[in-house]
Design a protein around this ligand. Structure first.
Ligand code: DQA
Length: 142
C-alpha cells in the first residue's frame, strides 16, 4: 500500500474564508475529507499536516522518512522563497508533487517563481482543490 503525506503551508488553514474568489469555498477540512475518501478508493494510506511555521514543515518532511512514500505539498507563500523547505525535500529523497489552488503564473509577478518546483516530480497549479485529487491519482501511476 502506498503511503502519502499531504502537507499544507501557511494560511491554508484559513481556506473557506480566505480570498474565496481565488482559493475557493472549500475549507482545508473539506479538502482533506475529499482526499481521504479518494485515498480509500485508491487503496492509498494518507496522512495530513498543516503548519504556518517553516521549521515545523521541515521537521515533518524529515519525519516522513520511512513513514511515507510520497509527499503532496502546497507550501503556500513559502513556495516563492523557502530554500530551507526545498533543501528538506531534496534531502529526504521522497518523491514530491507541488500543488497550488490558484494559477501562480497568472497572478503577481513574485508568485511566478517556485523555488520548490525543481526538486519536485511535478507541479499542478490553478485547478483549485481538484489539483490535490489529481496529485493523488498521479501517485498511483508513479
Ligand atoms: C498558493 C499560492 C501562493 O502564492 C500563496 O502564497 C498561497 C497559496 C495556492 O495554493 O494557490 O498561500 O500556494
Amino acid at each position: 500500500m502506498k503511503r502519502v503525506l499531504v502537507i499544507n503551508g501557511p494560511n491554508l488553514n484559513l481556506l473557506g474564508t480566505r480570498e474565496k474568489s481565488i482559493y475557493g469555498e472549500k475549507t482545508l477540512a473539506d479538502i482533506e475529507n475529499m482526499l481521504k475518501e479518494e485515498a480509500d478508493k485508491l487503496g492509498i494510506e494518507i496522512g495530513f499536516f498543516q503548519s504556518n511555521h517553516e521549521g515545523y514543515i521541515i521537521d515533518k518532511i524529515h519525519d516522513a522518512r520511512g513513514k511515507f512514500d510520497y509527499i503532496i505539498i502546497n507550501p503556500g507563500a513559502y513556495t516563492h522563497y523557502s530554500i530551507a523547505i526545498r533543501d528538506a525535500i531534496k534531502a529526504v529523497e521522497i518523491p514530491t508533487i507541488e500543488v497550488h489552488l490558484s494559477n501562480i503564473y497568472s497572478r503577481e509577478e513574485f508568485r511566478e517563481k517556485s523555488v520548490i518546483a525543481p526538486v519536485c516530480v511535478g507541479q499542478i497549479s490553478g485547478l483549485g482543490s481538484t489539483g490535490y485529487l489529481l496529485a493523488l491519482k498521479a501517485v498511483c501511476m508513479l
